[in-house]
Design a protein around this ligand. Structure first.
Ligand SMILES: Cc1ncc(COP(=O)(O)O)c(C=O)c1O
Length: 397
């Protein structure tokens, strides 16, 4: 028996690896999971739920609720919604449907660890495209990568981004959407953190283009990752082959999860502001407990002098993308010569074993993450506060 090539060589996620062998008492700021509870949807939501398979396309009431949440004015039709077993399954289905073996999938570098894995599982080659300093989408860099990689089948965007927290402007999204459309390349815009904004809603691909597919999830803003419910929004014809993959893989998400997700979506007017308040509280803790940390969200003024901005300004999501001590040059980019990949990992291990706090080395997300750590502020507030207290002295001169 031989493991298929597309799977052989895929290892344990570097994020899980940081959790292995952690000394006792370490505070975990590694895992990217909301540490607050959604409203209790227990018994009431699932009582009486049918346990038959249900439609392959999921409960029509859930589909309608997702469509409404994407466009309260009714601009999204049921056929434009594909409900999946977490947005991860939407990614899997879209990759399987569109990433031809031998083709290139353009993924953000640094970016969410699943994208390159999913590309390889299709026999495609993941190629990283660079982000702007701070992790925002750099449309010039992405369009240039598209020009160089003639065999690109699929482009993935992620904003607000994991791991950088970077965003994408409406203009940048429109430009990338046009470039993908011109070349007949599928654009997947992973927006699973979009509802966790601090001050204002970030731009969505849907605001500026009918091209591409936008991903959403119950896992982040609804704080219910265990439901394993996510979705893709897009042209029904684009979604059709991905639906075939998803149906072949899992038929449809669990009926109980669908029922619970419907209850949460129907309470979105309460649930989402409560989740945003949770995220605001965590960014407030960064400002309060570790104002000197050089995060990627820090902008630079006039003479290149670093002037820390409030960590809450223009934020979304719960990732702090933290440059290693002394590791930002005047443009806010990591100085790779001082901390190459192994230096970044060694620093994360020291921080864990001597400083008592687990973070994720930026290199876990691609070579572009050298010189940075991802700090998840998603956990319970006392844990996040204690982790920040332990982190802060390492950045004091
Ligand atoms: C950027 C991004 N996309 C997708 C996912 C998958 O989320 P889920 O399958 O829980 O919806 C995650 C999970 O961490 C993520 O960070």
């Amino acid at each position: 028996m031989r493991t298929a090539t597309r799977v052989a060589g895929q290892g344990l996620s570097p994020i899980r690896r940081m959790a292995l062998d952690a000394p006792p008492g370490v505070v975990d700021l590694g895992l990217g999971e909301p540490g607050w509870r959604p409203p209790d949807v227990g018994q009431a939501a699932v009582e009486g739920t049918s346990l038959d398979y249900g439609p392959n396309t999921s409960d029509p009431a859930l589909v309608a609720a997702i469509a409404r949440s994407a466009s309260p004015a009714g601009g999204v039709a049921a056929e434009e919604v594909m409900v999946t077993a977490g947005s991860q399954a939407a990614l899997y289905a879209l990759f399987q449907a569109y990433a031809e073996p031998g083709s290139v999938v353009l993924v953000p570098d640094p970016g969410f660890v699943a994208y390159p894995t999913l590309a390889r599982m299709c026999g495609a080659t993941p190629v990283g495209y660079p982000l702007a300093a701070g992790g925002d989408l750099d449309p010039d860099a992405l369009v240039a990568a598209l020009g160089e990689q003639r065999h690109t089948s699929l482009v993935v965007l992620n904003h607000p981004a994991n791991p950088t927290g970077g965003l994408a402007s409406a203009e940048a999204l429109a430009r990338v959407a046009d470039a993908c459309a011109e070349r007949g390349v599928l654009l997947v815009s992973d927006e699973v953190y979009a509802e966790l904004w601090v001050e204002r809603r970030p731009a969505s691909l849907r605001d500026v283009s009918a091209e591409g597919v936008v991903l959403g999830s119950m896992s982040k803003a609804f704080a219910a990752p265990g439901l394993r419910i996510g979705w893709a929004l897009g042209d029904p014809e684009v979604l059709a082959p991905a639906r075939l993959v998803h149906n072949a893989m899992t038929t449809a998400p669990s009926r109980l999860s669908q029922a619970a997700a419907l209850t949460l979506l129907e309470a979105a007017e309460d649930v989402l502001p409560a989740s945003r308040a949770q995220v605001r509280e965590r960014w407030g803790a960064v400002d309060r407990l570790a104002p000197h940390l050089p995060t990627s969200g820090q902008r630079f003024v006039g003479d290149g002098h670093q002037k820390p901005m409030s960590r809450t300004a223009g934020r979304a999501g719960f990732y702090l993308w933290l440059a290693l001590p002394g590791d930002l040059d005047g443009d806010g980019r990591a100085r790779h010569d001082e901390h190459g990949g192994s230096g970044t990992e060694a620093f994360a291990l020291r921080l864990r074993d001597e400083g008592g706090v687990t973070t994720i080395p930026g290199t876990a997300f691609g070579p572009g993450g050298a010189g940075f750590l991802r700090v998840s502020l998603g956990g319970p507030v006392p844990q996040v506060e204690e982790g920040l207290r332990r982190l802060a002295p390492w950045w004091e001169a």
